[in-house]
Structures are given as C-alpha cells and as structure tokens.
Design a protein around this ligand. Structure first.
Ligand SMILES: [Zn+2]
Length: 205
C-alpha cells in the first residue's frame, strides 16, 4: 500500500532508444536538483546510474530534512504540487495515512528504487500484460517523496521514445503529473501532451 507508478515495457529495449531516454533524463538531473529533487543510487546513497544500459536511482536517504513521523503512508491531495513547498505538508488524512499538499519526506528522501534496465534480467519472473504479452510489469512506490518528480519525468521521457511499447499508469491523477510534464517541456521541448493510460491499470498489490 502506498503511492505508486506502474508501467509495462518490453523485456529488451533497443539500444538507440535507451540511449535517447537516458540522455534526455540526464539533461533533467541538474534542473531537478535545482528544485529540490536530489537523486542518489538505488539505495539512496552516492550518485544515480544514468547510462544506456541502466537508469537506476532513488532519493537521498540522508537528506538532512527534519524527521516527521506524521508523514506515514503518504498520498498526494488533489492539488498537491511542488517539492517541500510548505512547512506544513500534511493537509489531511486518507484511510491509511497522511495526505500531502507537496512532495516531502519523513526525514529520509529515499523510498523504493527506480529501476529501468535496457534489458530486464532473465533470471527473474516478469509478469506480462494480459493484452500485450511482450510487455512486462514494473512499478516504483515513491510515497510522493521529492524524487517522485524524477520518476514521473523519466516515464514521460520513456513514453516519448517507446510510444505504444510502454504503458504507463499511476495512483496519481493527471494533475499530479503536471509538473513532470512541465519540467520535460521546459528542458526537452516535449511532455505536455503526455497522458496516463488509465485503462491499462492492472495493479498487483
Ligand atoms: Zn528528505
């Protein structure tokens, strides 16, 4: 349980497309950092991996933000936006936890690792899509930590290059993706037309 983004993708992604995806994402890293989205490796330490073989990152575990135990099983509210935009990020409750008005952390900006290899490891079972058997399930639970903005921007980039070969869905609404679209549009000249494929949500909790 927790705020998550989902996608189905091919087991192996064409080298040229993966290079383009990683290259565009790399162009966003400094811009994201400037608005408070600091990226680290999959464990929340060191630096992110952004290569044509693998894009893998997380938020920074030892981020220096104040501890806040009330940021528990967080979920964005309808108008949630920004990154640590307010001192009081909790705007209410949903049945399981806190509603947030902005991306924030509980004192640890890392959550689930975002993992997007050019080729998915063969020694792992990957769940195929029921309609597109050549596409396989992946997801990242971001809990609306600041790096949520990087995950959603990455998926917009991947959609740009993979088209119908990636199906992206989300616990969030289009409104919650708006800033990622704007970041992509501002720095990559595309993104505003991105739309979530709501009809393809096949979520396995
Ligand atoms: Zn933090």
């Amino acid at each position: 349980m927790g705020y998550t983004h989902y996608w189905y993708r091919p087991r192996k992604i064409d080298q040229a497309k993966m290079s383009a995806i990683a290259g565009d994402f790399a162009r966003l890293v400094i811009a994201l950092d400037d608005i408070g989205v600091r990226l680290a490796d999959g464990h929340g330490e060191g630096v992110p991996t952004i290569t044509p073989e693998l894009v893998c990152f997380n938020g920074v575990a030892n981020c220096g933000h104040a501890k806040n135990e009330n940021v528990s099983i967080p979920w964005p509210d309808k108008r949630a936006a920004g990154v640590n935009d307010t001192e009081q990020p909790i705007s209410g409750r949903w049945f399981a936890g806190a509603l947030l008005s902005t991306r924030t952390c509980n004192g640890d900006c890392s959550y689930e690792t975002f993992y997007f290899p050019a080729e998915m490891p063969a020694d792992t079972y990957w769940q195929p899509n029921s309609e597109r058997k050549d596409l396989y399930f992946s997801c990242t639970k971001t809990a609306f930590r600041p790096y949520d903005l990087a995950v959603t921007a990455f998926l917009i980039i991947a959609k740009r290059y993979l088209g119908d070969d990636i199906k992206v869905s989300s616990d969030g609404e289009d409104e919650n993706w708006q800033e990622a679209k704007q970041v992509c549009e501002a720095f990559l000249d595309y993104g505003l037309k991105f739309q979530l494929a709501e009809e393809l949500v096949e979520v396995t909790p």
